[in-house]
Design a protein. Structure first.
Length: 257
């Protein structure tokens, strides 16, 4: 009986944590099962968990991010030439072709490549409504209500947020880049949004550069009531308007909840 008791005691002791570095399955022994487990994961990599403020790599471009309230936003405008599935978004459209298209399209302000790194690309509403998505996996074009969430976090009242036209007091200034930023504008950028006066391309294909910035809200089908937001050089307010889907505006991505 004593011998049996010793044997049982030894077997139980083998199950305890004795600090074996390569005991992958935690059974108290380094054996073939641990080797098989190692081989099954050989060359695999594990992506670190994302924290807002980390950069996001998408279609060859790296984007800074910023937490604003409970939301996580791109800190710069989208620059991709492709939908999230890899399909190309047509670009380099002439004035006439831009005005005529009813498909997704993108452009660089004034067709000047020097502006790409500063302002990103401008996308028409057909690209926004496309199910292939403009933002990377885990991100999306912000809805009208998500813009309102941002605006109310910065101090706008719910009544103001639901209004149309220029609304608020200094919320736009909080979203605009400051003179100390690079690139710069005339805001305070206290939110970290870093908005710029990237202009737009109107539905007729003509350019409307500088003096303001304009960003689409998300919509799932093309409508003349496509909401967008504007920031202004001469005002600290935020504009909420709707526009023809043929307009080319900037895009910011917000992280999925």
């Amino acid at each position: 009986m004593t011998v049996l008791g010793l044997a049982v005691s030894t077997a139980v002791g083998a199950q305890t944590d004795c600090g074996l570095q390569y005991d992958g399955n935690g059974d108290g022994a380094v054996d073939a099962l641990d080797l098989l487990g190692l081989l099954s994961e050989y060359s695999d990599t594990c992506e670190p968990a994302f924290a807002c403020g980390d950069s996001v790599l998408f279609d060859g471009y790296s984007y800074e991010t910023v937490p604003i309230g409970d939301q996580c936003w791109f800190k710069e405008n989208l620059r991709t030439e492709h939908y999230a599935n890899g399909d190309a978004i047509p670009g380099d459209l002439s004035i006439a072709d831009w005005a005529a298209t009813e498909s997704g399209a993108q452009a660089i302000l004034l067709e000047d490549l020097d502006y790409l790194a500063i302002y990103g690309r401008l996308y028409n509403g057909y690209a926004v409504a496309d199910s292939r998505s403009l933002c990377p996996v885990g991100w999306h074009v912000p809805s009208d209500s998500e813009w309102m969430t941002l605006e109310m976090f910065l101090g706008m009242s719910e009544e103001e947020a639901n209004a149309q036209g220029q609304r608020g007091t200094d919320q736009g200034d909080q979203m605009k880049s400051s003179p100390a930023d690079n690139p710069s504008w005339n805001g305070t950028n206290s939110s970290g949004f870093s908005g710029l006066d990237g202009g737009l391309r109107n539905p007729s294909g003509e350019w409307e550069p500088y003096s303001n910035g304009a960003w689409w809200s998300a919509f799932s089908f093309v409508t003349i009531n496509a909401w967008f937001r504007s920031l202004y050089t001469l005002s600290g307010a935020i504009g909420r308007y709707n526009d023809d889907p043929g307009a080319g505006l900037s895009i910011r991505c917000v992280r999925d909840e």
